[in-house]
Design a protein around this ligand. Structure first.
Ligand code: SAM
Length: 245
């Protein structure tokens, strides 16, 4: 997968080259290019923002510089090839979910446009949508100062789903949201720590009982913390033992 990020703070994206993502880049599973938006400015101050039409506080990112940046970064898409998907982080976007991470993991190329200030002139997004798929995406109901942290979150969620990135692909399959539930608690050695013992069933070696225990804890946790997820499960997703809980 190829990932391009356009930002006024390229250094903010340095963590993309750390840990799991860094290893995926080294292994050739992902390629990442971070572009400084100011490359496409033409004035001495390299201005990327201007006052909002209609008045009000803050500044808005200028369309000319973003238009040129996206034209250059996306480049000419060879005929017969699909254009990349443009992802524009914004608190006013569609909430990012694990299902979307799976959708993005199936793409060969993603381009991210990091907003700052009051965001990017809307015409940039509307214009881009005429020549490539565009998603305005929120990572949660709160307001960050820029799109860079959102890009780090989205790229990490997507990259760990790519074949070969996780050491053990089964861990992604068992994570929270894969079956519509939150994952239950996890334990490791020692057997007892500060007087707290690991649940007996996890040391029983009875795989059926362990699976049932994990499923029950996942159901309980989801009901307590995210009843919305439980309510959204199709009735067929619950077995008889689930309903008896
Ligand atoms: N005026 C915008 C609004 O109220 O919707 C907020 C702009 S915010 C201060 C600046 C930039 O941070 C946005 O353009 C976006 O790139 C990023 N951002 C802030 N919160 C975000 C969130 N929850 N999800 C994704 N991106 C976010």
């Amino acid at each position: 997968m190829r990932i391009d990020v356009v930002t006024i703070f390229p250094g903010y994206l340095a963590p993309l080259r750390e840990a799991l993502l860094g290893r995926a880049i080294d292994a050739g599973l992902i390629s990442v290019a971070v572009h400084d938006l100011r490359t496409w400015t033409h004035d001495v101050h390299q201005a990327v923002d201007d006052a909002p039409y209609g008045g009000g506080p803050g500044m808005v990112m200028r369309p000319q510089v973003w238009g040129e940046a996206l034209d250059a970064v996306v480049g000419d898409v060879p005929s017969g090839e699909a254009p990349p998907r443009l992802i524009v982080p914004t608190p006013a976007g569609r909430p990012f979910t694990q299902a979307m991470a799976h959708e993005y993991a199936a793409e060969s190329r993603l381009v991210f446009a990091c907003g700052r200030y009051e965001g990017i002139d809307q015409r940039v997004i509307d214009d881009a949508a005429t020549w490539m798929p565009v998603d305005e995406v929120s990572i949660g109901d709160y307001v960050l100062v820029g799109g860079e942290v959102a890009v780090l979150a989205i790229v990490e969620a997507v990259a760990r789903l790519l074949p070969g990135v996780l050491g053990n692909p089964a861990s992604a399959e068992q994570d929270s949201f894969s079956d519509g539930l939150l994952e239950g608690p996890a334990y490791t050695r020692p057997e007892t720590w500060r007087g707290r013992a690991v649940p007996d069933v996890l040391r029983s070696g009875n795989h059926g009982a362990i699976a049932r225990w994990r499923r029950d804890r996942a159901l309980e946790r989801t009901a307590a913390r995210r009843p919305d997820l439980l309510a959204a499960l199709p009735p067929t997703a619950l077995d008889r033992a689930d309903r008896a809980l």
